[in-house]
Design a protein around this ligand. Structure first.
Ligand SMILES: Cc1cc2nc3c(=O)[nH]c(=O)nc-3n(C[C@H](O)[C@H](O)[C@H](O)COP(=O)(O)OP(=O)(O)OC[C@H]3O[C@@H](n4cnc5c(N)ncnc54)[C@H](O)[C@@H]3O)c2cc1C
Length: 388
């Protein structure tokens, strides 16, 4: 039966986590989901409540007050939240997966002790900044500079489309410390935003993921203490590439959440809506859409759960994480489009949430590496692998 295979992958702890998050989402998020979208405001109060039940601490080890560094738990939490509000899930992802996880994986003991407990409790919001106005898919071509000066680095440049940019107290920042060395001259920093020389634009007006703030960050000789260098100098690109793996697996979970809700609407509405004297679910062309969404969702979801569960078994998850993101991202869009089609004229209105699903789902073809870049990663590796 649908969903049975993931039961073989989840543990009892995972199931308990899902139940807890689902109840929270049903009670606290569902009633506010369309308001978050309409007002395009980050729901600080809900985030605080998320901190109270511990889920702002996903991907943070328990010894630092987090939920544990388990990728599958993060997938479950994000999928459940995204079933009602993908934008809230995206902001949680930017906080924990993009902001905290690099510190968990690459931080030294002092950095972990200083930042992870605050991030786990949601006292400080996290974000990540690599993209620049002229460096998107080609992230090695960033031009933000970090110049060493006494006991600090001085940062100059700008970063665009940064999720949580206007609310973050901490940003994992990528900048060039040795510009002449290209990607081998990039370093990663734990940048605290409460310093002179740092400013933020107003939030972008987006078609979807509304309520998850996205903005431009400006660094004009902004200081970052030397002890906040993450990993080694000039080795930041390796951190970026490794962290992209977990980012892509978990962002795929947001697409899964949207696809599950879209499928639920496809089923619910088609059973209720009657045309030609019968429920439209009796028409084979409607059944075909439901079957396709179900089949694709089952396969992609099972793949993502297996990948998340075994994340630490594989040393290199680059192709697998690109595959997960590519397939889930496109599935989220297709499932939402099919839900709109099944709802007919109503699907095209704001009376039902399926139009929001489509607007939200489309981001996952773009953010964290576009679908074209995911295909590039997969084909590039396969072409090299099988080159005789
Ligand atoms: C809502 C939102 C939130 C975001 N959050 C963050 C964040 O928190 N932190 C962050 O650093 N960034 C963030 N981003 C940025 C995001 O990761 C980039 O937008 C994305 O990587 C694409 O870069 P770009 O927009 O510059 O597009 P471009 O790289 O300019 O691409 C434009 C088009 O060209 C295609 N293209 C580019 N190169 C190739 C190629 N080699 N082969 C084939 N096609 C190619 C792309 O696929 C795309 O279709 C966010 C973006 C959005 C919209």
């Amino acid at each position: 039966m649908f969903g049975n295979l993931i039961n073989l992958i989840e543990t009892d702890e995972h199931r308990l986590l899902r139940e807890t998050v689902r109840k929270f989402v049903k009670d606290k998020v569902a009633p506010r989901a369309s308001e978050i979208d309409e007002k395009d405001e980050f729901p600080e109060d809900i985030f605080k409540e998320m901190a109270e039940i511990g889920i702002t601490g996903i991907l943070i080890p328990e010894e630092y007050g987090g939920f544990g560094d388990d990728v599958l738990s993060a997938v479950i939490v994000l999928e459940e939240i995204a079933r009602e509000s993908a934008s809230l899930a995206l902001s949680l992802l930017a906080h924990s997966v993009l902001g905290a996880h690099p510190i968990t994986r690459f931080g030294n003991p002092e950095q972990k002790k200083k930042y992870l407990p605050k991030l786990a409790k949601g006292e400080m919001i996290g974000a990540l900044a690599i993209t620049e106005p002229d460096a998107g898919s080609d992230n090695a071509s960033i031009t933000t500079i970090a110049k060493e000066e006494d006991d600090k680095f001085i940062i100059t440049g700008s970063k665009i489309f940064i999720t949580n940019g206007s609310i973050a107290g901490l940003v994992i920042l990528y900048a060039k410390t040795s510009p002449e060395k290209g990607k081998d001259g990039i370093s990663a920093f734990i940048f605290e935003t409460n310093v002179p020389g740092f400013s933020v634009s107003k939030n972008f007006e987006k078609i979807g993921m509304r309520g998850s703030p996205t903005s431009t960050l400006f660094f004009e000789n902004a200081p970052c203490p030397k002890e906040n260098l993450l990993g080694e100098k000039d080795k930041g690109f390796n951190i970026l590439v490794k962290c992209f793996e977990v980012e892509r697996i978990t962002i795929a979970a947001i697409s899964l959440g949207i696809a599950i809700s879209a499928l639920e609407w496809q089923i619910r509405y088609s059973r209720e809506r009657k045309q030609f004297g019968v429920p439209i679910s009796e028409f084979q062309m409607i059944g075909e859409k439901i079957a396709n969404t179900t089949a694709e969702l089952e396969v992609v979801r099972t793949y993502i759960y297996l990948l998340a569960k075994n994340y630490d078994v594989n040393k290199d998850n680059r192709v697998e994480s690109a595959t997960a993101k590519l397939l889930a991202g496109e599935l989220g869009v297709k499932a939402s489009l099919d839900a709109i089609q099944i709802l007919g004229g109503y699907g095209y209105t704001k009376e039902y949430p399926v139009e929001r699903y489509l607007r939200d789902a489309k981001l996952m073809d773009i953010g964290a590496g576009t679908s074209e870049i995911m295909r590039y990663i997969i084909s590039n590796v396969m072409l090299k692998k099988y080159l005789v």
